[in-house]
Design a protein around this ligand. Structure first.
Ligand code: PLP
Length: 373
């Protein structure tokens, strides 16, 4: 037996006819750049999450850059984020010339801890070197962070909130849909994300008209009336029409897939109870389960046993951003972010996608149980 970590083919088998027809339609009309499927998909995306504007773009990393550029973030600015995330989150901050200031996580949710956030912002204010500008919380593994806590800090210090929901788009936080939880929100359509395309892609969301206009301009070389009228420095960061056509049938089944992911996660949590530490989902939150991640002091043995049984598992993230070589110059050291560091030493993620078969969680549990004796 050998199963995929994420099964993209099972989904394709289901929507094959619509995807193929969509691609064919684009080949026939030939509008490969900013064709009609882009606007169609953007309208549906905005509807889906309740943001006024959805602006598709080249990938989730550029989506974050568009968000930061919309606020003219640059040198002398401090942007607060979690070290327990994919590198891109912190990378784009540095790319603008600003300084990422890391804030440790809540060990139960793996997301940025608003109490620690308040302390870190105060520290930067007291040091008086950098100007606190914004917060970039990440919806890690599909679960929203504590936005009420984050928003309170943002309000007190006049900071923007840029929600990095590459992993969490479509999740729920107290009745609101992820994608509309930040002043700007960004997502990724990398194939392995909960809502992925067949290549690179992403989107930014906002309900602020001015920011939306600015990000539409930034997406195409800082265009004014057209791309030969350049009113600011921007990017080439458009989404492909073919990918938008592919996304139309994918978005249509996304709500059902989110439901299927709940079933898979519940089965895991039931089967793995008492064997490993299973994920915590606070009341009022719905995760989209980009990953199903567990904790164990015996990670290495368990991963080896799973591998022998043909069950893949992956470590997200082995090196928290503050300890990555690329951020050496920031001067962080081991021990600075104890919860992130502890998690990085004990965490691993199990296969997760909507089409996992009944009984699989129990098989995983059997392998883990046997390895633990
Ligand atoms: C995947 C991911 C990104 C980057 O998305 P790309 O489309 O790969 O550029 C950014 N942030 C987080 C949290 C991610 O998981």
């Amino acid at each position: 037996m050998s199963v995929p970590f994420i099964d993209l083919k099972a989904q394709y088998a289901r929507i094959q006819d619509d995807v193929n027809a969509g691609i064919q339609r684009v080949l026939e009309h030939g509008k490969y750049i900013m064709g009609p499927e882009i606007a169609e998909f953007e309208a549906l995306l905005a509807d889906f999450c309740g943001a006024k504007h959805a602006i598709t773009c080249s990938n989730g990393t550029d989506a974050l850059s568009l968000g930061l550029m919309a606020y003219d973030v640059g040198p002398d600015d401090a942007i607060f984020t979690t070290p327990f995330t994919f590198f891109a989150t912190a990378e784009v901050i540095a790319l603008t010339g600003a300084t990422p200031v890391f804030v440790d996580i809540d060990p139960r949710t793996f997301n940025i801890d608003p109490q620690k956030l308040a302390i870190e912002v105060e520290k930067v204010v007291a040091q008086g070197k950098l100007k606190p500008r914004g917060i970039m919380p990440v919806n890690l593994f599909g679960l929203a962070p504590d936005f009420d806590g984050i928003d309170a800090v943002a309000k007190e210090h006049d900071l923007f909130v840029l929600e990095d929901t590459a992993q969490g788009f479509g999740g729920l936080y107290k009745g609101r849909v992820s994608g509309s939880l930040g002043d700007i929100s960004s997502t990724s359509f990398f194939p392995a994300k909960p809502l992925g395309c067949y290549g690179d892609g992403g989107a930014v969301f906002t309900s602020n008209d001015e920011l939306a206009d600015k990000m539409r301009s930034l997406r195409v070389h800082g265009q004014g009336v057209d791309k030969y009228d350049n009113v600011r420095i921007g990017l080439n960061a458009r989404f492909d029409t073919i990918q938008a056509a592919i996304m139309l049938p994918k978005l249509a089944i996304f709500p059902e897939e989110i439901e299927l992911r709940q079933k898979v996660a519940s089965a895991y949590t039931k089967a793995l109870d008492g064997l490993v530490e299973t994920p915590y989902v606070p009341d009022g939150y719905t995760s989209v389960w980009a990953q199903y991640s567990v904790l164990s002091d015996r990670r290495e043995e368990l991963q080896a046993a799973l591998q022998t049984a043909g069950i893949p598992s992956v470590i997200y993230y082995r090196i928290p951003c503050h300890l990555s070589k690329a951020f050496e110059h920031l001067g962080y050291k081991e021990g600075d972010m104890p919860e992130s560091e502890k998690a990085s030493k004990r965490i691993f993620s199990l296969p997760m996608h909507p089409y996992i078969e009944d009984g699989f969680a129990e098989q995983v549990a059997d392998v883990i149980r046997a390895a633990l004796v």
